[in-house]
Each structure stands twice: as C-alpha cells, then as structure tokens.
Design a protein around this ligand. Structure first.
Ligand SMILES: Cc1cc2nc3c(=O)[nH]c(=O)nc-3n(C[C@H](O)[C@H](O)[C@H](O)COP(=O)(O)OP(=O)(O)OC[C@H]3O[C@@H](n4cnc5c(N)ncnc54)[C@H](O)[C@@H]3O)c2cc1C
Length: 413
C-alpha cells in the first residue's frame, strides 16, 4: 500500500460506512450531556474507544506508531461530522486524549508513549491531570506537592485539587516540586502517577449545580518508578507548559485530538437563546432579539477565531501561546450567553415549577456554574496576562519571587 494520505472525501465515505456498521446510534430516550456521569457511562465509553481503535478510527491525528492513524485535522473534522448521530466516547476527549496524551506525544519517552499514549488511544487507559493545589491554581509554579528521589523511585507527598474525572482515570500527569532551593519555575518535575493507590486518598467533590466531576487527592508517601518522570528532573515547567498549551487548545475548542461532538439531547438539549425566548413568549420583544443577535454574532466570531488561530499555530505564523486567545473567548462568550439566558428567562429560571419546562430549570442550574468557564483550563485573567506578555510582547508583570530560591519565598500556612 502506498504511504500517500487517503483523501478526506474517501476517508469520509469509509468512516460513514464503518460507523453505520459498528457504532450504536443515539437513543432518543436516553439522557446525554448530563452533569453527573454515571459509572456505567465510563465503562461504555472505554468500550466505544476500544471499538474505534479496533476499527482504525481512534486517535486520528496521533502518529501510527502510538496507535493513532497519522491523519490530518481535516480528516478528524470529517469524522466528527459523520459521527454526530452515534454514541461516541466523548468523556475520554478531555483531559485524557486532548491534553495529557498531546503532552505525552511531545514530551514523553518512547516507553511512556508506548504505554500511556497507546493505552489512552486504545481505550485501555484513562489519563487525568494533577496540577492545581489548594494554595492556588493560577500561580501553578508555586505548588507545594513534593517528590523526593529514592533510588529508582520518587516518593510523593502533598495534595492536589479540582482534578477533572480523576475518580474514573487510571493515571495522572502530576506536577511536583523536586528542588526547593531552585527558583519556583526551575524546581518542578512532571511525573506520571497511578490515581488509585493505597498511598493516595481520593475524595470526590460535589459542585453547587450537582455535578461531581472534580476530585481532590492526598498523597502520603506515594512511591512511583523514576522512569515515570516526563522529560528531565527540575524541567517540569517546560513539560507543564506544553500540557497547558494543549489544555487551552482543548478548552478553546481547537484540539486535533478530540473526536465527536456532544449530542444535542439531555438536560440542556436545545438550550439556545432562540428556544428560550420562544418558550417564555419574548421572541418578538426587541430587547430580547438584541440579546439573541449579539450572542449569535459572538458565536460566529468565536468559530472564526478558533479556525484562524488553529491554522496560524499549525503553520507557525502564530506563537503557541496564541491558544490563550481561544481560551479567553471560551470564558467570555459562554458567560455572555449565560447572562443573556438568565435575563431572558427572568425569575422563572429559579422559581419555575411547571412540569416539562426543561429549558427554564436548566438555565437557573447552569448559571450556578457560570464562573467555571473563566477558571477551568487556566483563568481568563491569566489568559489576558499571557496574551499581553507572550503574544503582544508587552512588558512582563513584576514578580517579587522571580529568581528567588523557592524555600525562601514567604507564603501563607
Ligand atoms: C471546569 C474546571 C475543570 C478543571 N480541571 C482541572 C484539572 O483537571 N486538573 C487541575 O489540576 N485543575 C483543574 N481545574 C482547576 C483550574 O486549573 C483552576 O481553577 C485555575 O487554574 C484557577 O486556580 P484557582 O481556582 O486556584 O484560583 P486562583 O488561582 O486562586 O485565582 C483566583 C482569582 O484570582 C485571579 N488571579 C490570580 N492570579 C492572578 C494574576 N497574576 N493576575 C490577575 N488575576 C489573577 C484569577 O484569575 C481568579 O479569578 C479545573 C477548574 C475548572 C473550573
């Protein structure tokens, strides 16, 4: 067989036929897009990923030597379009495939790629990220979890929090401090750790909207092989930066490693401003129409922004930090939508008791997590800092702790 890449149209036809023969069709009676992920769903999504892998449709943009297909973003987009009517292993997209696997592809050793990257693509392994700590996620380089080298192992102590889907994952990419005498960015290391271990106490966190994707983890002498170090010791900031690049890209909607799109069914099904305005009888109201029009304009801008920045980063025209622009838009545009929804729904969003008023009730509940959009994947303020300092090359913010040994930096208890 020749090495020439299959055309997108040929691939689309092949994918269409394969999906019809192999993947389950969306069930109109089933709830998708729910806040809380049932345990059963994780089992199903692992099985769906295994199916994609066996059929040669998993990890389309990952290289073949690690279980992917070595295809282009255009092939991935075609596959996503074709798979819209089918159940897809969407829960494995973020963070396992788009963030952790992306980072491992760029920074992992050959052995790590064969085990964890191939494992994630084939559906055998789910990965998550252990970055944030209670002392603050924005100042990631100020983290306190420590790893001590002991022969062929590292011994880890500390605490992580806000870890998305950790309870369902097998391994995590964990950023730890390995040198307390180096300045804060230079004493970090990225280590792959098992999520479920006797030395790790994992606790799930229930959020105000009823979702329970987050976990927090407490490590007491967690021992991991030194071979799990990604990159070199004390260069974890470089590795972490790569992971954050993929995170901003995934959160912003421009990842080549996500496959499939959330079905428009479930508790937030059809939750558009137009539907909402119709439901509350405001679709002819001028002020409401203005809100709807403005949001539609923002959505169009966002779509174009993702396209433009993705192409720019792929060609090298834009620096990698440009992913912060997508990430920032992903904070401000959904928040504008939530605000508009609440305004249109009015009091009904929180008081409605009418049976079957799905839109109205979900507006109130979703609004409770409005702020999450400007925190997950790094905060909107940090994105603005990055755009100004790393894309526009404006002067850097003053940092009193720069070049100071981490041990000497004053911090709260
Ligand atoms: C949906 C979601 C998923 C997440 N998933 C994960 C995950 O899988 N793994 C993980 O490790 N973490 C995860 N997080 C945590 C996330 O990375 C942090 O919430 C984020 O980095 C902010 O950290 P923080 O919450 O500690 O807020 P803080 O860092 O305490 O910041 C609080 C506020 O201060 C502002 N601020 C802080 N420093 C500055 C500054 N220098 N300039 C201007 N403003 C500043 C921030 O923008 C923010 O508004 C997730 C969060 C969300 C909401």
């Amino acid at each position: 067989m020749s090495d020439q890449m299959e055309s997108v149209e040929d691939f689309r036809m092949r994918a269409r036929a394969w999906l019809a023969d192999n993947m389950p069709k969306l069930d109109p009676n089933k709830e998708y897009n729910t806040n809380r992920v049932a345990d059963r769903e994780w089992v199903e999504h692992r099985e769906l990923q295994k199916k994609l892998f066996a059929g040669g449709f998993a990890g389309l943009c990952f290289p073949k030597e690690y279980g992917g297909q070595g295809l282009s973003l255009a092939h991935q987009q075609a596959f996503t379009e074709e798979s819209i009517a089918y159940e897809m292993p969407l829960r494995l997209n973020v963070p396992s495939l788009s963030i952790c696997s992306g980072m491992l592809l760029d920074m992992g050793s050959e052995e790590q790629k064969q085990k964890y990257l191939r494992g994630a693509i084939s559906g055998e392994i789910i990965l998550c990220q252990f970055l944030s700590e209670p002392s603050g996620g924005s100042d990631l380089a100020g983290l306190l979890t420590r790893a001590q080298r002991d022969g062929d192992t590292y011994v880890i102590n500390g605490q992580k929090c806000w870890s998305t889907y950790a309870y369902a994952a097998d391994f995590a990419t964990c950023l730890v401090r390995t040198d307390w005498d180096a300045p804060k960015h230079r004493g970090l290391s990225m280590i792959i750790v098992p999520v479920h271990d006797d030395a790790t106490h994992l606790q799930r966190v229930r959020m105000v909207d009823g979702s329970d994707e987050f976990c927090e983890e407490y490590f007491t002498d967690l021992v991991v092989p030194a071979a799990n170090l990604v990159g070199t010791e004390n260069d974890g900031w470089t590795v972490g930066q790569r992971q954050l690049f993929y995170e901003r890209q995934a959160v912003g909607g421009g990842s080549p490693y996500t496959s499939g799109r959330a079905p428009s069914r479930g508790s937030s099904a059809g939750l558009t401003l137009e539907n909402l305005a119709r439901e509350v009888g405001k679709d002819k109201d001028e002020a409401t129409r203005e809100l709807v029009g403005w949001q539609n304009a923002l959505d169009t801008v966002n779509y174009q922004l993702i396209k433009r920045v993705t192409v720019g980063m792929t060609s090298g025209e834009y620096p990698a930090m440009s992913s912060s622009m997508m990430r920032l838009a992903h904070a401000e545009i959904p928040q504008n939508k939530m605000d508009a929804m609440l305004e249109i729904a009015g009091d009904e969003a929180v008081t409605s008791t009418v049976e079957g008023d799905g839109y109205l009730r979900s507006v109130g509940v979703q609004y409770l997590m409005r702020q999450g959009a400007s925190l997950g994947g790094g905060s909107a303020e940090m994105s603005k800092n990055m755009i100004s300092e790393r894309v526009l090359m404006m002067p850097r913010e003053m940092a009193a702790d720069r070049d100071v040994p981490f041990r000497e930096i004053r911090r709260g208890r």
